[in-house]
Write a protein that binds this ligand. Structure first.
Ligand SMILES: [Zn+2]
Length: 423
C-alpha cells in the first residue's frame, strides 16, 4: 500500500515538474519571439538590431533544445525507476559481481555501471549542443579531439575521487549504525571543503592553462583595487577559456591559500582596463559579502536534512518497491538506496529552485553595489552590456521565467540598478 502511494506521489511530482518546466520554456520562447523585431528602448542606442536578433534566435534554439532534453530526461528517469531499469541493472550486476568479489565490489560496480550508462545516454545531447548549437552561433571552439580528451580525463578523475568517496559512504552506511547519515554528512562536508582546495590547484589545471595576469599596467591597477578593498591577493589568473568556447566569464574560487580570481582570456580580450577592474570589484564584492560561505552553509544544511531522510527511507521496504526496485536479499541495499534517492529527489526539489535563484539574484545586486562603491559603476555597466551581447543573452526574457531560473538578474534590471548608484 505504502509502495503504491510512493509510486503515485513520485509519478505526480514528475508530471507536475515537467508540466511546469514545459510551461516556463514556452512562455520564455513566446516572450523572446514577440520582442525579436525591435531592440528595447533602453538599449536602442547601445545594442545593434542584428545582435538583438542573434540573441533572440540563440535563446529560441536553446529553449527548444531544453524541451527536447526535458522529454528525453523524463523518459530516462521513468525508465530507471517505475519501468524497472535500475532493477534489471541491479540484478545483472549483483549476480555477476557479488558471488566472486563480495558486496562492496558489487555496490561500487552498480554505481559505476549506472554512471556510465547515464553518461552514454546524455552524450548525444551534449554533443549536439556543443557541435551543432554552439557551433552554429559561433561559440564553439571545441574540437572532437579535445572533446574526447575531456571525457577521458573526466572519467579518470571521477574514478580517482568518486570511488574512494563512494566506498567511504557505503562503508559508513554498513557499519556506523543508525546514525550513519550523520557520519556520511560529516564526510561529505569534509570532502566539499577539500575540493575547494584541490579543484582550483589540481583539477582545473588538468583542463585549462592558468597563467598569472601578464599585462603589467592592468596588474597594477587590479592590485591597487584589491588593496583598497583589503583583499589579500593570492593569485590573479588568466585561463585559456577560448580553447573550448567564445563565451566570456570571470570567477572567484578556492579557500585559504588556494584562493584566486580567474579571468577568461576571452573576457580580457574584450574589455578595457577600467571594465576589467569593475568586473573584479564585483567578484571581490561576492567575496567580501561572504556570499559563497552563505551559499555553502545552506547547501550543507539541506544535505544534512536530505541524508537524515535517506537514513529513514533506506530502512523501508516500500521505498524500493515504490520506485520499481526489488530490494536485495543477502546483499546490502545501500548503493541501491543512494541511487534511488538521487533519482527520486529532483522532481520534488525542483520546487525550491525559485528560492535559490532569488537569493542568487540578490547577491548579484549586492556585488554590483559593492563594485560601484570601489570602482566605476559606468565601467561595470559597459562591461555587463558587452558580455551580455557577446554571450548572446536575450534582453527581453519572460519575467516569470527569470523569477524561476535566472541566477543573475535580467540585464535591464541590473543596468537600471547600476545607473541609480551615485557615480
Ligand atoms: Zn556575480
Amino acid at each position: 500500500m505504502q509502495s503504491l502511494w510512493l509510486s503515485v506521489t513520485f509519478a505526480a511530482a514528475l508530471l507536475v515538474s515537467v508540466a511546469l518546466k514545459f510551461w516556463l520554456a514556452t512562455r520564455q520562447m513566446r516572450h523572446v519571439a514577440a520582442h525579436r523585431a525591435e531592440v528595447p528602448a533602453a538599449f536602442a542606442a547601445t545594442v545593434p538590431l542584428a545582435a538583438h536578433q542573434k540573441a533572440a534566435d540563440y535563446t529560441l534554439v536553446r529553449s527548444r533544445f531544453a524541451l527536447l532534453s526535458l522529454a528525453l530526461g523524463s523518459a530516462v528517469l521513468l525508465g530507471w525507476t517505475l519501468l524497472g531499469g535500475l532493477d534489471v541493472l541491479n540484478t545483472v550486476v549483483r549476480d555477476a559481481v557479488q558471488p566472486r568479489f563480495g558486496s562492496m565490489a558489487y555496490q561500487l560496480a552498480l554505481l559505476v555501471a549506472f554512471v556510465l550508462i547515464g553518461g552514454l545516454l546524455d552524450a548525444p545531447l551534449e554533443i549536439y549542443n556543443t557541435f551543432r548549437i554552439e557551433q552554429r552561433f559561433g561559440f564553439n571552439r571545441m574540437t572532437w579531439r579535445l572533446y574526447l580528451a575531456d571525457v577521458a580525463k573526466g572519467l579518470l578523475i571521477g574514478a580517482a575521487i568518486g570511488l574512494p568517496l563512494a566506498a567511504l559512504v557505503l562503508w559508513l552506511m554498513a557499519s556506523a549504525g543508525a546514525w550513519w547519515w550523520l557520519a556520511a554528512w560529516l564526510a561529505w562536508v569534509a570532502f566539499q571543503l577539500l575540493m575547494l582546495v584541490i579543484y582550483p590547484t589540481i583539477i582545473a589545471p588538468l583542463f585549462n592553462k592558468f597563467e598569472p595576469l601578464p599585462d603589467e599596467s592592468l596588474k597594477q591597477r587590479v592590485q591597487a583595487l584589491m588593496a583598497r578593498c583589503g583583499f589579500a591577493a593570492k593569485g590573479l589568473f588568466v585561463m585559456d577559456g577560448s580553447r573550448r568556447s567564445a563565451h566570456a566569464n570571470a570567477y572567484f574560487t578556492g579557500l585559504g591559500a588556494a584562493k584566486r580570481v580567474v579571468f577568461f582570456d576571452t573576457l580580457l580580450a574584450r574589455l578595457t582596463a577600467g571594465e576589467v577592474e569593475a568586473v573584479l570589484a564585483h567578484e571581490l564584492g561576492h567575496f567580501k559579502l561572504r556570499h559563497d560561505p552563505k551559499r555553502m552553509a545552506t547547501i550543507f544544511a539541506a544535505s544534512l536534512a536530505a541524508l537524515a531522510l535517506l537514513g529513514w527511507l533506506s530502512q523501508q521496504q516500500w521505498f524500493y518497491t515504490g520506485l520499481g526496485v526489488t530490494p536485495n536479499l543477502g546483499a546490502p541495499n545501500d548503493a541501491l538506496a543512494l541511487l534511488l534517492f538521487l533519482l527520486a529527489l529532483p522532481p520534488f526539489g525542483f520546487m525550491l529552485m525559485p528560492l535559490a535563484a532569488r537569493v542568487s539574484r540578490r547577491h548579484e545586486f549586492e556585488a554590483d553595489a559593492y563594485a560601484c562603491a570601489h570602482a566605476s559603476g559606468r565601467d561595470l555597466a559597459n562591461a555587463l552590456l558587452k558580455l551580455h551581447e557577446d554571450n548572446a543573452g536575450t534582453l527581453t526574457p519572460d519575467p516569470v521565467y527569470v523569477a524561476f531560473y535566472y541566477s543573475h538578474p535580467a540585464a535591464s534590471e541590473r543596468l537600471a540598478a547600476l545607473r541609480m548608484e551615485p557615480a
